[in-house]
Design a protein around this ligand. Structure first.
Ligand code: ADP
Length: 379
């Protein structure tokens, strides 16, 4: 039987979900204020309204069996009234509630015994006393792609960061001297079935993700530790849906949770081409009561490279996309009409066939170099 799923948000995550929806026998309904959003053309219907417009979500709910999210910019209190009227949200609002604010997230994980970096609320300048430079300042809410995160190396930089953030509620945390950044996608259904994806390595430049390699070149103990964290976290949140966990790995093998995104995530884009069930299909399966698919890789590994904007322009970048495709890559272009510095315009996945993990890592690095040299103007 066809199910109708509402998605709050219409960007590339909703678009990729809408692309796989027909295979799951699902129709997608979107709520977004932007007519040019990627997902709009694929949805059965779009409610054009801001993502935190609760009356628009009430309208969306009329068409849908269940509503899910593509971003964290939601009005939880407002949506609670719809739950009372019988609207079904997955993930549940109670699962989202500790996750939408970075301070609440850290506090929740700490209270549940998960490893996190040392952190504190910023209320007055004396809160900096227990931190030394470098330290990290983060907006508690609405930060994405590093927009709300500043790595502060000196008192002068601290002053300008505080001026930049002005009235924004902030959190202070220790700078973690990580060896690698890792990420894992994990999913849970309403019956409690859990699936975790391979642990991937992610690489950020200026706080924006440049590439992801799956599986990460780490030892089995760390993979198992992270998979166990993911499963435990899903249960402790009584979570239904998919989530992405970003972690820091130190050179002594210690892992700390950086952040949890209660939705599909950039670090899981490789699953679209490389896994038996993509993160987007998995999200739909978890929220519509299906048996969950397999998360296995279809090849030895995969590398995902983001195509980030590097200029302000209106271009489709067709020649570069064609050239990248000729490398044997899957190119996903989000159809955004405007490019700007650091904006995610698309991504590329290349399947890796080397059997030895070291050789595969090398193969991935070569691919990153090739794709980036085609995509970015020579630096
Ligand atoms: P966003 O939510 O915008 O993605 P994050 O808080 O995940 O921002 O930070 C983006 C990137 O900044 C991280 O992937 C990491 O590279 C760096 N970063 C964030 N917090 C820390 C930290 N405490 N120590 C070291 N690097 C950090």
């Amino acid at each position: 039987m066809t199910k109708n799923v509402g998605v709050i948000g219409g960007g590339q995550l909703a678009w990729m979900m809408a692309l796989v929806a027909p295979q799951e026998n699902i129709k997608i309904y979107i709520q977004t204020p932007h007519e040019t959003d990627s997902a709009v053309c694929l949805g059965e219907r779009t409610i054009f309204a801001p993502v935190d417009d609760v009356s628009a979500t009430a309208e969306l709910a009329k068409y849908c069996d269940v509503i899910t999210f593509e971003n964290e910019f939601v009005d939880l209190e407002g949506l609670q009234s719809l739950v009372t009227e019988g609207v079904c949200f997955y993930p549940r609002l109670t699962s989202l509630s500790p996750l939408l604010d970075k301070f609440d997230q850290r506090s929740f994980f700490q209270s549940q015994g998960f490893p996190v970096p040392r952190f504190s609320l910023y209320e007055s300048d004396s809160d900096f006393q227990s931190f030394s430079f470098p330290l990290v300042l983060k907006a508690r809410r609405h930060g994405y792609d590093g927009q709300g995160t500043v790595i502060v190396k000196s008192p002068l930089e601290l002053q300008s960061a505080l001026e930049k953030f002005k009235q924004t509620p902030l959190l202070i945390e220790e700078f973690v001297p990580f060896e690698k950044e890792l990420a894992i996608m994990a999913a849970r259904s309403a019956t409690g079935e859990i699936k975790v994806y391979p642990v991937a390595e992610t690489y950020q430049e200026n706080q924006v993700c440049r590439w992801v390699i799956a599986p990460a070149l780490i030892n089995q103990d760390i993979t198992e530790k992270i998979s166990a964290i993911a499963s435990k976290l899903l249960v402790s949140l009584d979570y239904v849906g998919i989530l992405g966990i970003e972690l820091f790995m130190k050179n002594n093998g210690e892992v700390l949770i950086n952040e949890v995104a209660p939705r599909t995530h950039n670090s899981g884009h490789y699953t679209l081409d490389a896994c038996e069930t993509s993160q987007f299909a998995m999200q739909l399966q978890t929220i519509t009561g299906k048996k969950l698919g397999n998360t296995r890789l279809k090849s030895s590994g995969a590398v995902m490279i983001n195509l980030l904007g590097y200029e302000s322009a209106q271009s489709e970048y067709l020649p570069q996309r064609k050239e990248i495709e000729q490398l044997g890559a899957f190119v996903h272009w989000y159809g955004k009409t405007e490019s700007r510095q650091g904006r995610k315009l698309g991504h590329v996945t290349v399947l890796l066939d080397e059997k030895s993990p070291e050789k595969m890592y090398h193969q991935a690095q070569m691919m990153i170099e090739k794709v980036e040299s085609i995509w970015y103007p020579q630096r």
